[in-house]
Unconditional design. Sequence first.
Lengths: 198, 192
Amino acid sequence: MDVDAMLLDLSVRLEDPDETLFDDPKRLEALNDAQSRLINLLNREHLTEITEIALTKTAANGTYSLLVLSDLYGSGGSISMVRYNSSGVYFTPISLSAIKKLEMTNFAPSITAPYFFVYRSKIYTLAGVTSPVIDIFYLRKPTGLVATGECDLNPKLHEILVNIAAGISWGMNEKLDRAQAALDEAYAGIKTINDKGV
Amino acid sequence: MTTAEMLTRLNSRSNNRWTPAQLYQFLNSAQDRLIIALDPLYLTEITRIEGVTGTAGEYDLGALSPEIFGSGNVDAVRFRTSGIYYTFMPFAEIKKLEIATWAPSDVSPYQYVFKNVLYLKQDATNPEVDIFYTRKPLEIESGVNSELDESLHEMIVTIAEGIGWQSDRNIPRANFAFVSAKIIIDTMNGRA
């Protein structure tokens, strides 16, 4: 569904085919807000259209600045995986709250069992080498939705996106029961997609 | 989303109900609430690692620069000499450290926070440590965008809308906004 079709669909759902209550700018706002919510709610495997790989990046002294990835979307949460470029071995993500367990011999980081965490806008590698060359798998910024444009996300998500936009729009119009109904339906759809995996 | 775009969103959602000064107040309160609620994984833009020296096993968190965003936002502490991380001990469980097998040492250090002071329990009296923490964000104002990642901006707007409706005693609309944001925060934290 292109963005024009989404705009039209949204007008119909809002019972505003003449677009008097919700003009194009308002509906585009709602669609873009809906896209942001949808990306935050969905598991990463359903967002493959906006994933990227940054290849052969050197983590100097074990760190790599995320500021270099100018199209990164989602802060540290968007780094889905890190891989040794040379061996193809994947790094295990570890949270700061769990990092102490790496001091145990069984979990000691090495070139064959490397770990990474994200903090202070950097990837920290724990890999048994000083400056590993890595590949970074991450989520990029989606293209903003504009009239006559296209949506980056998978077409199977467009229906849910329009439903969230309808919920946001009904909320603006103080029709909270209708807003809640639209959002409940959208979130139920997202839960089904997340639960079933790929 | 720029600050101007955030204001436009809030004006759309409220039919231009609030003044710009109110909108900035709502946005900053919303940003603070979001930081408190979200896992640090999503706040990497405002996390810091600062090297400091404890004195007699204590460090006043008020001395951190840039300023920490609430003393509860110490994410980790590392003994710089060895690279060993301190185990966080909730204050309510501090008595455990009196048991011989839990006794703090330089290879098994503990930390806790009380009255905005970081307590460092180990052999060394004046340990050099790295404190991982979330700093206070810059205030959102005209020409100054939120420092948080763009993916969080819609949530800031939604929480700000909730705060606005709350101040107007329009509780159904406030709750609708807060619940919308909470669903997303819970999902993201569950994934972290």
